[in-house]
Design a binder for this molecule. Structure first.
Ligand SMILES: [Zn+2]
Length: 136
């Protein structure tokens, strides 16, 4: 943004990032047992998937009248909130690369957008494909 690093570091309290994914149609979404590739996505992103959890997806070959046969209707937000800690403030002052800031934020407990998205998959709000598609 062209702002001096010290100004950002001293005034920013938190940074909120949001991405949207399509919301599964509540009228026609269908539950299934997690597929191996879906279980892998949860494992790779370090999100717990308790045994017996059902994952929802659009019905085979379309949707219903309510979603105009799309299987999705509306959007659901996936968020991550970076809280500016003293360590991160120091990073900003030193102009440390964004990747390192991110790593430190994760170490301090920040939940990534993809992880928030996968929690929403567990809640049946959206599908794995949507979450991954929305973060790349
Ligand atoms: Zn539908």
């Amino acid at each position: 943004m062209g702002l001096p690093a010290f100004m950002v570091a001293t005034t920013v309290k938190a940074v909120l990032a949001q991405r949207l994914s399509r919301r599964l149609c509540t009228t026609c979404k269908v539950p299934h047992d997690p597929k191996p590739e879906e279980i892998k996505i949860f494992q790779e992103n370090k999100v717990e998937l308790p045994a017996g959890t059902k994952i929802f997806g659009p019905p085979e070959g379309g949707g219903c009248e309510a979603c105009k046969n799309l299987g999705y209707k509306g959007r659901v937000g996936m968020h991550e909130i970076l809280i500016m800690s003293d360590t991160l403030r120091g990073y900003c002052l030193k102009d440390v690369a964004a990747d390192n800031v991110r790593k430190e934020a994760v170490k301090e407990g920040m939940r990534l957008i993809v992880q928030d998205g996968l929690e929403k998959v567990k809640q049946g709000l959206t599908s794995c494909r949507e979450v991954l598609g929305g973060t790349e």
